[in-house]
Design a protein around this ligand. Structure first.
Ligand code: HEC
Length: 144
């Protein structure tokens, strides 16, 4: 009796924990989620690097976001938002505006990388702030 209860508890735990991770996402949806997670990690490193004027990290991480921004919209083929995706249908109703949001991200990350190369801490701080806004702007409109 004890033993079977334990097994049931384990099965329940394994099943419910998979609800929390975004496991279940496959193919292109999984790939874009992974890229966004990398962006999030880059933003964390950039925040510190901008504060510490660590220009090498700025160039590297801004470059990584820049490369993702160049191809971001190609990871959103029409209708690719079944569960567990958090992308809204609105993306494909106003795809031009969605693409402009990606362009904002491309430009801000480009400016940040440039500021890093020029070792200009003031320009870096301002570009970092623009970059953060570009993430939020797109999420506000197009993510659940
Ligand atoms: C052009 C629009 C756009 C921009 C710009 C954008 N995002 Fe997103 N982001 C989305 C959408 C849409 C989703 C939901 C994707 C899905 O669930 O299919 C998302 C999801 C995410 C996720 C969740 C990934 C997961 O595992 O489910 C993270 C984290 C994230 N974005 C971080 C960022 C960061 C950091 C930036 C800025 C550097 C950024 N995003 C810029 C549109 C954008």
């Amino acid at each position: 009796m004890q033993r079977s209860l334990k097994i049931i508890a384990i099965i329940f735990f394994v099943n419910s924990s998979s609800l929390w991770a975004h496991s279940g996402a496959t193919g292109i949806v999984k790939e874009r989620m992974d890229n966004f997670k990398e962006s999030k990690a880059s933003m964390k490193l950039l925040k510190k690097a901008v504060r510490n004027k660590d220009f090498d990290v700025i160039v590297k991480e801004a470059g990584s976001i820049h490369r993702w921004a160049e191809k971001l919209t190609t990871y959103f083929p029409e209708g690719s938002n079944p569960h567990p995706s958090e992308a809204l249908d609105l993306i494909w109703k106003e795809i031009d505006r969605f693409e402009l949001r990606a362009v904002d991200q491309l430009e801000a990350s480009g400016r940040l990388r440039q500021a890093g190369m020029e070792r200009d801490s003031k320009a870096a701080a301002s570009a970092f702030s623009e970059l953060g806004k570009s993430c939020k702007a797109c999420h506000n409109d197009y993510r659940e």
